[in-house]
Design a protein around this ligand. Structure first.
Ligand SMILES: O=C(O)C1=C[C@@H](OP(=O)(O)O)[C@@H](O)[C@H](O)C1
Ligand SMILES: C=C(OP(=O)(O)O)C(=O)O
Length: 408
């Protein structure tokens, strides 16, 4: 079994065209909506990402026990989907998935008439989903500061409810672009909604047949931005990415504009090249939490002082990402500390080690965020197969861009 990827780049010069995997966020919404639409919905460009392949498979199986593995969207979206379609299921996941909270969603579904029991710890998977007896309730208050996936899950089932749904979001809205993406996909399949201030209203209506083509994944693009920022010379083309994306992680364009990467939009996608990089960055990741690891690893490598906020949700993702980052940047002599509640500062150091080894904590983004540093020094990434969650071809793509990747 392969346990380590050793990465080097002999020239530090990047020139490549990389076909990114399609967005797992867009795909998983389209898959759920297609299932709710009862056929006739066509989805093009589904990726090989495990999160997408898994959901596609699970939607076609009729086993009683369903394993969402480590995929947050699969766990949350299927909970709502099974509940409202009255399917009796036991829904479980990896050990880590069973530590990721789901109470906000289960409480909301129970209020709507679902019978859902916790099989182990209150508030966490595994769940037993039983029958659904709609009770005419249509107005719910839902916390929006833990995970937007609960809200997306409720929105996608909302048009099936006899009286639709009015969701009043309570507290800070985290990961809002993912809620907007959900509403955009629903609109694509003929369902309209309004989102005014903190209230989202969806009337009872039917999804309509349509074809949806999934855009390449902007979160995956972020690792290529990082490589361009670290390379001596670079010209990277990423076909298929659009300026007006449904994906909030297209915010990488603006962040990297400050960290040394110019984005040229063409008819076919984007072309990345190098430009001046600033020495300090302050950024609020509330709207794009999945970019935080890319930026922390890059700033540590570039010697950029980073102040970051809006990272509360990182503690309940594939791993406690704050803790994982705090440990791994130490390898580069950098330090990442919470200076006041919710505000993290990273002070970088000049990299002095040769052969940097990074652990990945069963988190695909830890592997992909630290891999680009191999443009500066040889890098070892432990458990490289974690990338299969969102970007199974990542190591092959690095080879296409001139990296030497040795699996051992
Ligand atoms: O809805 C989605 O597709 C996602 C929402 C975000 O999660 P949170 O809403 O929990 O921040 C994001 O981190 C995750 O990778 C995908
Ligand atoms: C947080 C992530 O995924 P999920 O929550 O869907 O498991 C991610 O891909 O970074």
């Amino acid at each position: 079994m392969i346990k380590t990827a050793t990465l080097t780049h002999p020239t530090g010069i990047l020139k490549a065209t990389i076909d990114l995997p399609a967005s797992k966020s867009e795909a998983n919404r389209a898959l759920i909506i297609a299932a709710l639409a009862g056929g006739n919905a066509t989805i093009e460009n589904l990726s090989e990402a495990n999160d997408t392949q898994l959901l596609n498979r699970l939607l076609q199986t009729d086993t009683e026990t369903v394993d969402a593995e480590d995929a947050g969207t699969v766990m949350r979206f299927l909970t709502a989907y099974y509940a409202v379609t009255g399917q009796q299921k036991t829904l479980t996941g990896t050990e880590r998935m069973c530590q990721r909270p789901i109470k906000v969603l289960v409480d909301a579904l129970r209020e709507l008439g679902a019978t859902i029991d916790y099989l182990k710890e209150e508030g966490f998977p595994p769940l037993k989903i039983n029958d659904f007896k709609g009770n005419g309730k249509k107005h719910l208050k839902v916390r929006s500061d833990i995970s937007s996936q609960y809200i997306s899950a409720l929105l996608m089932i909302a048009p099936l409810l006899p009286d639709g749904l009015v969701l009043e979001l309570e507290g800070k809205i985290g990961s809002r672009p993912y809620i907007d993406m959900t509403l955009a996909l629903m609109q694509h399949f003929g369902v309209s909604a309004t989102f005014e201030e903190n209230t989202i209203t969806v009337a009872h209506q039917n999804y309509k047949p349509a074809t949806f083509t999934v855009e390449p994944d902007w979160s995956a693009a972020s690792y290529w931005y990082s490589m361009v920022a670290l390379a001596k010379e670079a010209e990277i083309t990423l076909p298929g990415l659009k300026r007006n994306s449904y994906q909030g992680d297209s915010a990488i364009v603006d962040i990297m504009n400050r960290l040394g990467v110019y984005t040229g939009f063409t008819e076919n996608g984007v072309e990345l090249s190098k430009k001046h990089c600033q020495k300090r960055l302050a950024y609020d990741f509330t709207n794009c939490p999945d970019l935080a690891q890319t930026i922390v690893a890059l700033c540590a490598a570039l010697g950029v002082t980073l102040e970051m906020t809006g990272v509360e949700s990182l503690r309940i993702k594939e791993t406690d990402r704050i803790q994982a980052l705090q440990i791994e940047v130490l390898t580069m002599g950098a330090s990442l500390n919470e200076i006041t509640p919710g505000v993290f500062r990273m002070e970088p150091a000049i990299i002095t080690k040769r052969e940097l080894a990074f652990r990945t904590y069963q988190d695909h983004r830890m592997a992909m965020a630290f891999a680009p540093i191999a443009l500066l020094e040889p890098v070892q990434i432990q458990e490289p197969s974690v990338v299969r969650k969102s970007y199974p071809g990542f190591w092959d793509d690095l080879e296409k861009a001139g990296f030497k990747v040795v699996m051992s």
